[in-house]
Design a protein around this ligand. Structure first.
Ligand code: FMN
Length: 179
C-alpha cells in the first residue's frame, strides 16, 4: 500500500452543467461512487442548477460580499476539503461559465487554498484534441493554486450518458484509488 492510501479524504465535487441526465454528471456520479466505496467523504455542488453570484470587486480591488450558496456553504466546504474535483462539459473549449463563476470566487482564498489535491473530469462531443485548452488551463491553474493533480478523466466524443462507454468506470476507479 502506498503512503496515504485508503485514508479518508474530504472531497468537494463541483459540477457545472444544467444538462440532466448529462454526461459530466454521470462522470461525477461514478467518481463519487468510487470515492464513497473507498471511505472518503464527498459533498457536491452543481453550479449548473443553482444561481451563482459573479465575483465583484470594489474600486480598491477588495471583494464585495455575497450571501449566495457559494459564500455560505460551498467556499467553507472547499476550504475544509483535501480534494477539489472540477467537473464540466466542454463549452467552447473551456469549462462552463457556471463552474468558472465558482472558481473565480476562490479569489478571496487563493493563499488559504494552497496545497490541496485536485481532479478534472470533463466531457466533450469532439475528439480528444478538443480538450487542449481546458488541459492547459487546468495545468496553469493548479500550478498557480499550488494544487497537486490526482488525475484527469476527459471523455471525448460523447453527447449523452449512453455514449460514455467505459469512461464512468475510469472516473469510478480514480475516485476509488485516490492517494
Ligand atoms: C454551449 C455548448 C458549447 C459546447 N462546446 C463544445 C466544444 O467546444 N467542444 C466540444 O467537443 N463539445 C462542445 N459541446 C458539447 C458538449 O461538451 C458535450 O455534448 C458534453 O457531452 C455535454 O455534457 P453535459 O451532458 O454534462 O452537459 C458544447 C455544448 C454546448 C451546449
Amino acid at each position: 500500500m502506498k503512503k496515504g492510501e485508503n485514508l479518508s479524504k474530504k472531497i468537494v465535487l463541483l459540477t457545472g452543467s444544467g444538462h440532466h441526465p448529462g454526461t459530466s454528471e454521470a462522470l461525477a456520479d461514478a467518481f463519487e461512487r468510487g470515492a464513497l466505496a473507498a471511505g472518503h467523504q464527498v459533498v457536491r455542488f452543481n453550479a449548473g442548477d443553482v444561481p451563482v453570484d459573479f465575483l465583484k470587486l470594489a474600486a480598491d480591488q477588495t471583494v464585495l460580499p455575497s450571501q449566495d450558496q457559494v459564500a455560505t456553504t460551498v467556499l467553507p466546504q472547499v476550504l475544509a476539503a483535501e480534494v477539489i474535483v472540477l467537473v464540466t462539459p466542454l463549452y467552447y473549449f473551456g469549462m462552463t461559465a457556471q463552474l468558472k463563476a465558482v472558481v473565480d470566487r476562490f479569489y478571496t482564498y487563493n493563499h488559504a487554498l494552497k496545497d490541496k489535491q485536485c481532479v478534472l473530469l470533463a466531457t466533450a462531443h469532439r475528439g480528444p484534441e478538443a480538450f487542449a485548452t481546458l488541459r492547459s488551463f487546468y495545468r496553469q491553474f493548479t500550478q498557480y493554486m499550488r494544487w497537486e493533480s490526482l488525475g484527469e478523466v476527459l471523455a471525448d466524443t460523447v453527447r449523452t450518458p449512453a455514449e460514455l462507454g467505459d469512461w464512468p468506470a475510469k472516473a469510478e476507479a480514480l475516485g476509488r484509488h485516490l492517494t
